[in-house]
Structure formats: structure tokens, C-alpha cells
Design a protein around this ligand. Structure first.
Ligand SMILES: Nc1nc2c(ncn2[C@@H]2O[C@H](COP(=O)(O)OP(=O)(O)O)[C@@H](O)[C@H]2O)c(=O)[nH]1
Ligand SMILES: [Mg+2]
Length: 319
């Protein structure tokens, strides 16, 4: 018989759980896609190119009796610049302040040496850990089983299979157990919920992040850069918001595209300015949709050599 516990009563704080969950993993595993799905809003940029996420992005996901405060983090890699080191600090800081860690693993790739860096961080994390194997929609069963066995053997925490893209096994009701015994699959949210402390909600109702709208505008521009530019250019680019004024009905945003080298400038601007115009108009459309308001977006291209090692610029970028 399937036993389904009663829905927790959200007004009863003795039953309510709340806590911080750090999403950690290698680049491209689907951490940001999962954050967006759990929160139900596009907070983090998602792209097939690695190192799309550069800083910690907080998102609050609410379910009956449960507040998951998710900390999306940059993909774990060996840094080669000040930017990379700042990204790895964001991973360490997020784990440092988390009640639980969710390791997101790309289920389409076999275990490799790179998993060692993730394992190392998980081993040093003192709180509860859950291993989430993502992309079940796109990976053959044998590959998923191989990964599952690999992580089970490490014995760091329960292993859950899910798809951030389709939502499969992400959101089943809190505490849901769908069969007999311990080895039956349980949803990712249920697994995380069980590992968080009993606590009233920590964030005011309706608040889903701690980041300002200007940050999301800069990420939308950067996502367009990732989409249209290739090779090293997107990695060598940053978007700095110089001014953000939403006091009038028309929201005015001035942003700089910071590049590493003069030679990249022509590529970003494009023939007759076409590339820059395209990035600007696509980004403006998406920011307008997000805000539900008209937007004026002024985009300037600036070369700041070695900005990735420039502490002042990294600070301006919130890194
Ligand atoms: N097929 C499939 N692709 C996914 C899934 N989750 C993420 N992706 C893709 O994997 C790539 C990296 O995703 P992203 O969320 O940016 O990964 P992150 O670097 O871990 O934040 C993107 O192209 C996503 O669309 C999934 O569940 N299934
Ligand atoms: Mg990401």
C-alpha cells in the first residue's frame, strides 16, 4: 500500500521546514536550469557553453510547508584568472552557509576524473548531501545506472535521478514515497525537504531573490552574447551596468560590454554595427518582457585589458 502523508499545514511552523541548499557541480550539469525550474522563474542564465554562471544566485522556492533557499553556483573548475578564483570562492561561500548541498551531475556524461573535484568538495561539506543525476530525458538508461552506481559507491548521500528540463521527478509532493521500502525513487524536492531544519520561512512572502533587477538585465545581455558569439569572446566579456533608472515609465539602462582585447571589439560590433544592434535589441525585448515595461537600453563596447584579473572591475561586477 502506498502511504501518502497528509499535506503539511503551512501555518503550523512546528511542521514547516526552511533552509539554504547549495547547488554545486561541474559546468553544464544543469544547476541553473534546476534553479529556474524550482523557483518557477528565470533567475539564472542557462547556456550550453560552460561558465555561464559567474556568481552565486539566490532563489527561493516555496512548497506547502517548505521554503527551499537555493544557491546556484558557478561550475567547479580549476581557475586560471581572478574571475575564476572569484567564481570558486562563490562555490566555497555558498557551501559554507548552506544547510544542505545538492550535487548536480550531468547524466549524459560518464564519470570522469573531473568528478573528483566535485567529490572533494562534497567530502569536506559537513551537512547533509544529496546527489542529483540530471538530464534523464536525454541519457540512455545504462549510462544513468553507471553514474548512479559510481555515486552510490562513494556513499556521500542518497542519489536521485531527475530532469531539470522536463521536471521529471523534481517536484512530487513533499515526503512522497512511491512504493515499498527504502530503495524506491523519491522526488528531488522531497529528498531535500527531509534534510532541512524545522523553521518558519526565512524570506518575506513573494520575495524570490536577493539580487536587484539591474543584475538580471546584465545577465540577459550576457546571455545574448553567449548565444551569438563564439570561442573565447563570450568568456572574455562581461556586462557592467553603468546606470539603471526605473523611476519613469520608460526604464533607462546603460550597460558596457567589457572585452579583454581590441581584436574582439570588431567581432562584437559586427559589420556595420549589426551584431551589437542584434544583441541590444534582443536583450531589450527580453528585459521588457521580464519587467512588463518599455526599456531604453544603451550598450557601449569597451576594451579593458585583463579585466578578469582586475580586482576593481571584478568588484564592480559583483564578483
Ligand atoms: N536534455 C537536458 N538538457 C538539460 C537539462 N538540464 C539542463 N540542460 C542543458 O544543459 C546545458 C547547461 O545547463 P545549465 O543549467 O546552464 O548548467 P549549469 O552550468 O550547471 O548551470 C544547457 O544547454 C541546458 O539547456 C535536462 O534536464 N535535460
Ligand atoms: Mg549555471
Amino acid at each position: 500500500m502506498t502511504a501518502r502523508p497528509p499535506e503539511p499545514d503551512p501555518s503550523d511552523t512546528t511542521q514547516h521546514r526552511a533552509g539554504f541548499v547549495a547547488l554545486v557541480g561541474l559546468p553544464g550539469a544543469g544547476k541553473s536550469t534546476l534553479l529556474n525550474r524550482l523557483v518557477g522563474e528565470r533567475l539564472a542564465a542557462v547556456h550550453r557553453k560552460p561558465q555561464t554562471t559567474r556568481r552565486r544566485i539566490l532563489g527561493v522556492a516555496r512548497r506547502p510547508g517548505l521554503e527551499l533557499i537555493l544557491l546556484d553556483t558557478p561550475g567547479i573548475h580549476r581557475p586560471r584568472s581572478g574571475l575564476g578564483r572569484a567564481m570558486m570562492r562563490a562555490v566555497a561561500d555558498s557551501l559554507g552557509g548552506a544547510d544542505a548541498a545538492l550535487a548536480v551531475v550531468d547524466g549524459t556524461r560518464g564519470p570522469s576524473g573531473r568528478d573528483g573535484d566535485l567529490l572533494h568538495r562534497l567530502e569536506r561539506f559537513s551537512g547533509p548531501r544529496v546527489i542529483g543525476i540530471n538530464k534523464t530525458d536525454a541519457s540512455p538508461r545504462a549510462r544513468l545506472e553507471e553514474l548512479e552506481a559510481f555515486y552510490r559507491e562513494r556513499d556521500l548521500g542518497p542519489v536521485v535521478l531527475f530532469s531539470a528540463r522536463t521536471g521529471a521527478n523534481v517536484n512530487a509532493p513533499h515526503g512522497f514515497e512511491d512504493g515499498e521500502g527504502d530503495r524506491t525513487p523519491r522526488s528531488l524536492v522531497g529528498m531535500l525537504a527531509e534534510r532541512l531544519p524545522f523553521s518558519p520561512p526565512l524570506y518575506p512572502d513573494g520575495q524570490i531573490t536577493d539580487l536587484p533587477e539591474a543584475f538580471f538585465a546584465s545577465e540577459i545581455v550576457r546571455e545574448r552574447l553567449l548565444e551569438h558569439l563564439h570561442q573565447e569572446v563570450p568568456h572574455a566579456a562581461a556586462v557592467r551596468i553603468e546606470a539603471y533608472d526605473d523611476s519613469e515609465p520608460l526604464v533607462r539602462i546603460a550597460a558596457s560590454l567589457l572585452l579583454d582585447r581590441d581584436s574582439q571589439k570588431g567581432i562584437v560590433i559586427g559589420r556595420g554595427g549589426r551584431m551589437l544592434k542584434r544583441i541590444g535589441s534582443e536583450a531589450r525585448g527580453r528585459i521588457e518582457k521580464r519587467l512588463g515595461r518599455r526599456v531604453f537600453l544603451d550598450l557601449q563596447v569597451k576594451v579593458r585589458q585583463k579585466w578578469r584579473d582586475n580586482a576593481g572591475i571584478l568588484r564592480d561586477l559583483g564578483l
